[in-house]
Design a protein around this ligand. Structure first.
Ligand code: FMN
Ligand code: SF4
Length: 411
């Protein structure tokens, strides 16, 4: 059982439009993001009307809409809501015919004003290390055009990237994404797997001097339109451990102040947000929370193209079931009400902004006789501790195994 601590001296209710500025020293066009945004879900997985309603809701509420790896569709553009453009291993929307990354096409789209940040997808918590597939049934003529792939064939995101194969090359690629986008915040999304691989990326940051502006950490509890059951249930680090691991690793290499951390993984309420932000997240994303706002009834048939509510289908008659003007309001209301509830929680705890949340503000009952604060459960590294040499058992061995020139561990 877990709870947040309140104060005997609550603060007045703060303005609930909480923002976080994203963009390190190498970024010339930082983005002031809401602390609550729509997590990556592709057009293709989602229907045209679902994308329309999400983006119009984002516009109305002043928050951001992540495209997912399926490219920027006309439905993302109709209503002008802020976009985070995600690029995955299929390079959909910015690929040559042979499936390799096309920098010119990337730059053409990424420099558009509506696109506020660019995000490299490394992995997704529901199917980390697996790549992805948009089943042939959902690859319409329109999707094949937007993604640059063949029609009526399964549309595959390979498990690995072709544009880079080492941590050093990955950092160079993130730097290139920032340059090609005209200096917008560039970052990556992943679910933590082998700890030494993330630490290898940290070593590559130190060696190249190229740092991402943000990192989105997805938990293994994350959702998807289609993934093997064993992956959904058992692969990858859960969100809280992942967020706290990344947060501490960045403290340990003295990079925490320049890199913002986003979190996704069953974050649907203000309490979920506060808890994730206390242990390292600067902002939170929700995918399924916003699907529920669109009317999803959890029938679990997203991969069949027979979604009964019009959320995840390319069938025009089913897409019509999602009436956009109503759902725009629901998307907007869900975001607004969640941030209102967050403001109330913070005020009761004597705080004014979620950035003030710390592990000491939460407790967990760990056995029938013991209660621990999060400060005990999620201890912090000292600034620079990884560089100086740590004896912390969570990091010591993995740091020694990490090498910037390869994702493979050192012997
Ligand atoms: C239908 C659907 C499609 C998704 N597509 C993507 C995607 O294209 N790229 C990605 O990084 N994550 C994708 N995700 C994962 C979400 O962005 C998110 O990280 C994960 O579901 C955890 O958030 P949640 O618990 O709020 O759903 C998808 C999730 C769902 C439910
Ligand atoms: S209603 Fe069912 S098929 Fe439609 S999005 Fe929800 S879970 Fe998927």
């Amino acid at each position: 059982y877990e709870w947040m601590h309140h104060s005997v001296a609550p603060k007045p209710h703060a303005d609930e439009n909480f923002r976080v500025s994203i963009g390190g020293p190498e970024c010339t066009r930082p983005y002031s993001a809401s602390v609550f945004n729509i997590s990556a879900m592709s057009f293709g997985a989602l229907s045209p009307n679902a994308v329309r309603a999400l983006n119009a809701g984002a516009k109305k509420g002043g928050f951001a809409h992540d495209t997912g790896e399926g490219g920027v569709s006309p439905y993302h553009r109709e209503n002008g809501g802020d976009i985070i453009w995600e690029v995955g291993s299929g390079y959909f929307g910015c690929r040559h015919l042979d499936g390799t990354f096309d920098p010119d096409e990337f730059a053409r789209i990424a420099t558009d004003d509506q696109i506020k940040m660019v995000e490299l997808k490394i992995s997704q918590g529901a199917k980390p290390g697996h790549g992805g597939v948009l089943p042939a049934a959902k690859v319409s003529e329109e999707i094949s055009r937007i993604r640059g792939v063949a029609m009526n064939e399964d549309c595959i995101s390979p498990a690995t990237h072709r544009a880079f194969s080492t941590p050093l090359e990955m950092m160079a690629f993130v730097g290139e994404m920032r340059r090609l986008s005209g200096g917008k915040p560039a970052g990556f999304k992943l679910c933590i797997g082998h700890p030494w691989e993330f630490l290898a990326i940290c070593k590559a940051m130190l060696q190249t001097g190229i740092y991402p502006d943000f990192i989105v950490v997805d938990g293994n509890e994350g959702g998807t339109g289609a993934a093997p059951l064993e992956f959904m249930d058992h692969m990858g680090m859960p969100m809280r451990e992942g967020v706290n691991f990344v947060h501490n690793a960045l403290i340990g290499i003295n990079a925490r102040s320049r890199i913002r951390i986003g979190a996704a993984g069953k974050i649907a309420t203000a309490f979920d947000m506060a808890r994730a932000m206390a242990i390292g997240a600067d902002w939170c994303n929700s995918a399924r929370g916003f699907m529920f706002a669109l009317g999803c009834i959890q029938s679990l048939s997203c991969h069949t193209d027979r979604c009964p509510t019009g959320v995840t289908t390319q069938d025009p008659s089913r897409n019509r079931a999602l009436f956009v003007p109503h759902k725009v309001e629901r998307v907007y209301n869900y975001h607004h009400a969640t941030l209102h509830a967050l403001a109330e929680l913070l005020a009761a705890a004597g705080l004014e902004h979620p950035q003030e949340l710390r592990p000491i503000h939460f407790s967990q009952r760990t056995s029938t006789t013991e209660v621990q604060t999060f400060a005990k459960l999620y201890p912090s590294l000292r600034p620079g501790e990884l560089i100086d040499g740590t004896s912390d058992p969570r990091f010591r061995d993995a740091w020694a195994m990490a090498r910037p020139d390869s994702f493979a561990p050192a012997d």
